[in-house]
Design a protein around this ligand. Structure first.
Ligand code: PLP
Length: 366
């Protein structure tokens, strides 16, 4: 048995979160966002754990290829589209749905031979990342419809601040999107996890007919809250990833002893230090500070000192009963990734995407 860091992926939790989001989406179709190796969970495990999704969304052509190479036949959306004629041909061969967010991408399609692509025209309603100006939408739609490579055109946009349910920016973005889609008969998509859970009505998910709406949940599928002040469990979600390892050493230190590189943490009293087989090489970030909670034998203890590449230290406390080989949970059930992320002023998205799977991860079926 290996005592190194590993992740457990609970497909039962994934299915639970999917059902919760499907209910919240009120009949809209689901495009499961699985970019960045399914937010660090492992692309194929997650894909196989989502048999009921209507489509998948990825950021890279290589991810789309991996799905097709593994026999996945569902629609796959390439969220940023393609940048070259060569990539366009590959994407068409892989039968990807393409995002078009600027003029060069439109021109690549116009220059392409015949095909049967579904194209998502992305409109920038205020995030100012990707997307065309809303006032250009009708000319883009007409030109896309005239392309031999295009079979169907749809409209999408992305929300910048939906995680703040009081932010008027989202209302402005949705109004802009509604104007663009008002006299458009095709499929449309705007909602990410935060919008599905926090802006249902504004996104049309409570309306009688949601048949042309697609939603694009990412983070919530993995059981993590998209809202900064709430945890997944507050929303009824269950964490899919458990990141865990083991103690590999337990040792007493005296008051005043420094622990780890740079000696940034010193014992305030005689205590027992546990050394955990997990470090930034596994994706436990070096920027997590002393005091970050870690679960040892179900007990919360603080990280102490600087995280090393393969190891980190915790203060087990005077008289601690813990032994080498005991289990350590870095985040998961009982210790939400949201809470760990907050210790370093970041978001759980960054933590879960960063795990490196140095050890074979374990996939727990539903
Ligand atoms: C990442 C992404 C999503 C999913 O966002 P979550 O906040 O993880 O739900 C949806 N749409 C686009 C365009 C994205 O890039």
């Amino acid at each position: 048995m290996s005592f190194g860091a590993r992740i457990r992926i609970r497909l039962g939790a994934l299915q639970h979160n999917f059902s919760l989001l499907k209910d919240a989406a009120g009949g809209a179709r689901i495009c499961a966002v699985i970019k960045a190796n399914a937010f660090g969970h492992g692309l194929l495990a997650v894909v196989r754990g989502l048999p009921e999704t209507d489509s998948f969304a990825v950021a890279r052509l290589s991810e789309a290829r991996m799905l097709r190479d593994n026999g996945i036949e569902k629609p796959v959306v390439l969220l940023a589209g393609v940048m070259s004629a060569d990539d366009l041909q590959v994407a068409l061969q892989l039968d990807c749905e393409l995002v078009v967010h600027d003029r060069p991408q439109l021109e690549l399609l116009e220059a392409s031979g015949p095909g049967a692509a579904t194209v998502w025209l992305k409109v920038d309603t205020g995030m100012h990342r990707l997307g065309i100006d809303p006032s250009d939408a009708s000319s883009y739609l007409a030109r896309l419809r005239a392309c031999r490579a295009v079979r169907e055109v749809r409209l999408m946009s992305h929300l910048a601040n939906a995680d703040n349910t009081a932010d008027p920016m989202t209302t402005r973005q949705l109004q802009s999107f509604n104007r663009v889609t008002a006299d458009f008969a095709g499929d449309i998509s705007v909602a990410n996890s935060a919008a599905i859970l926090g802006w249902r009505e504004a996104c049309g998910l409570t309306s009688a007919d949601t048949s042309r709406i697609w939603v694009r949940p990412g983070i919530a599928l993995y059981g993590i809250s998209p809202f900064p002040k709430r945890r997944g469990a507050d929303l009824g979600l269950r964490p899919v990833m458990q990141f865990e390892s083991h103690l590999i050493a337990v040792k007493p230190v005296r008051k005043g002893d420094a622990v780890g590189y740079g000696g940034t943490w010193k014992a305030h009293h005689d205590t027992i230090i546990g050394i955990v087989s997990a470090g930034y090489g596994d994706g436990y970030p070096r920027f997590l500070p002393s005091g970050t909670p870690i679960l040892v034998n179900g007990r919360r203890v603080p990280l102490v000192g600087i995280v090393s590449m393969d190891m980190l230290a915790v203060d087990l406390g005077p008289g601690a009963p813990d032994q080498p080989a005991d289990t350590v949970i870095l985040w998961g059930d009982e210790l939400p990734a949201e809470e760990v992320a907050a210790c370093a002023g970041t978001i759980a998205y960054q933590l879960i995407c960063g795990v490196t799977h140095r050890e074979t991860s374990e996939i727990i079926p539903a």
